[in-house]
Design a protein. Structure first.
Length: 197
């Protein structure tokens, strides 16, 4: 096995490991760029009652509903289990999983958000790290908590998300947000949120 780094090839396991760590450290590090701020932007908010609904104790029915409705055939994460396992043995596992949910607001173990990163080739014969796309393989319990929390957020999303936003919102399509018009100088066409000359 070898990895191309610039104009040279790296072959030893230790050197490849070091190059992978360096590549992703620089790839995912913050850069000194002025990011836009939200100063002066009016954001939608939810009522105190809606906020309390997000943090009430988890109910067995909402957890069981997510487990039984989840796609059981997706790849397992670092824990080696997928949702087929949880569906099959739910009667044995629901008490332990319920305990984890009861402790969720107080303490989450570091291992809970551990994941494997795997590289998916973007080309037929990858030789460098930039020839691959990294994806994260999360554990089933992490996914389960995320799905339960998403289920709690779903009923109040319309109160938080602007009616102008169309991407990544259930029931809306990307093309719903396209606005076409002519700018005042009649030399540019307004498409979506940018100008095209």
């Amino acid at each position: 096995m070898a990895l191309k780094v610039g104009d040279r090839w790296v072959e030893s396991v230790q050197d490849i490991r070091a190059e992978v760590v360096n590549f992703f450290k620089s790839h995912f590090s913050d850069s000194e760029v002025d990011h836009p701020t939200l100063d002066g932007v009016q954001l939608n908010s939810i009522s105190d009652e809606d906020a309390k609904g997000l943090t009430i104790p988890f109910r067995e029915e909402e957890i069981t509903g997510v487990v039984l409705s989840a796609d059981g055939l997706k790849c397992p994460g670092p824990d080696g289990f997928n949702f087929s396992f949880y569906k099959r043995f739910w009667n044995l596992l629901k008490r332990e999983v319920g305990t984890m949910f009861n402790q969720f607001y107080h303490s989450v173990p570091r291992s809970f958000s551990s994941y494997f990163v795997t590289l998916i080739p973007k080309v037929s014969s990858p030789s460098s790290l930039s020839d691959s796309c990294p994806i994260s393989l999360l554990g089933s319990l992490y996914k389960l908590v995320a799905k339960v929390l998403a289920g709690r957020l779903a009923p109040i999303m319309d109160k938080l998300i602007s009616s102008n936003q169309s991407a990544f919102i259930k029931g809306r399509q990307l093309v719903d947000g396209v606005v076409v018009g002519v700018s005042p100088n009649s030399q540019s066409i307004l498409v979506g949120f940018g100008f095209v000359s």
